[in-house]
Design a protein around this ligand. Structure first.
Ligand code: C2E
Ligand code: CA
Ligand code: CA
Ligand code: CA
Length: 278
């Protein structure tokens, strides 16, 4: 038993150092990748439920490293925050996404909203508003065609947060609360905030058809959102049944694999050519 214990201990140690090693590599390579613009963006359609028309796309970052392979944004966004690289990353995402939207528009494709994720730490930074201003100006993007998605964790009613929200609204950009329903502060703070969209988290959508409570929660969130003047985007829609239920609940917009996975800019251009994808 003693030997086995030792063995397990050694094994555990090795496992830990492998993990530390992997983490160290991710940090090192990510810094290089951001500095050398080696990330890419894919775009996922947001579809108007009544008409089936694409009304927006969400830009999502991808990172493929020759040695590490494909790294999930769940991992590298957190890493970028930890190593102080989230600002240059976000700046690159904003520029690339806005340039892309302007380029689609100039080639005569239907105009769609461009949604960009802003991580909570960056959202609270005083640099954000000047950055957005700069990117809009340099890209020629119309402010009302850019949507910023922030998670509920920033929706606290501190004076600082409120002034960031106000400043962004003054610029004319659209604001969405991402992953709505999964945070702690949502309901109380919504009354102070002037956001355009609530994005209902996939977590609730997943269970909606086989769990009555999830169904009721989604219905209530949609109704409450509407009463407060927000439009609703449901995310993670994978089946026609989910879509049907959301339509009955008067949800405006849906996003999910049912319509399309996140795809390249060229693939989006093809979808926009067709205008309707349902
Ligand atoms: P999110 O903002 O909630 O984005 C939605 C995620 O759900 C995306 O994962 C998308 O690919 C996935 N998804 C969409 N529809 C479906 C569906 O029908 N089924 C399933 N199973 N999944 C679906 P992804 O691209 O892996 O991104 C994960 C998270 O990483 C994002 O969650 C977001 O929080 C973060 N992220 C990605 N790109 C960026 C970025 O450029 N900046 C920041 N700050 N965060 C980003
Ligand atoms: Ca998002
Ligand atoms: Ca989300
Ligand atoms: Ca999510």
């Amino acid at each position: 038993a003693k030997d086995l214990g030792k063995y397990c201990y050694a094994f555990y140690q090795k496992d830990l150092s492998d993990k530390a090693d992997y983490r160290f590599k991710v940090e090192q390579y990510l810094r290089e990748a951001i500095e050398n613009f080696q990330l890419t963006l894919v775009y996922q359609p947001q579809v108007d439920i009544n008409s089936g028309v694409i009304t927006g796309v969400e830009a999502l970052s991808r990172w493929h490293h020759p040695q590490l392979g494909q790294v999930s944004p769940i991992d590298f966004i957190g890493t970028a925050e930890r190593i102080g690289m989230i600002k240059p990353l976000t700046e690159w995402v904003l520029k690339t996404a806005c340039n892309q939207a302007v380029s689609w528009k100039r080639s005569g494709l239907p105009v769609v909203r461009m949604a960009v994720n802003i991580s909570p730490s960056h959202f609270l930074d005083s640099d954000l508003i000047p950055l957005i201003q700069k990117v809009l100006k340099e890209s020629g993007m119309v402010a009302s065609e850019l949507e910023l998605e922030v998670t509920e964790s920033v929706v606290q009613t501190s004076q600082q947060n409120l002034s960031v929200f106000r400043g962004l609204k003054e610029l004319g950009v659209l604001l969405a609360i991402d992953d709505f329903g999964t945070g702690y502060s949502s309901f109380a703070s919504l009354k102070h905030l002037n956001v355009d969209y609530l994005k209902i988290d996939k977590y609730f959508i997943d269970d909606m058809l086989n769990d009555r409570k999830s169904e009721l929660l989604v219905g209530s969130m949609i109704e409450m959102g509407h009463n407060l003047g927000h439009e609703i985007i449901a995310e993670g829609i994978e089946t026609p049944e989910q879509l049907g239920m959301l339509e009955k609940m008067c949800c405006e917009t849906a996003q999910g694999y049912l319509f399309s996975r996140p795809v390249s800019a060229d693939a989006i251009a093809e979808l926009l050519e067709k205008e309707k994808i349902t």
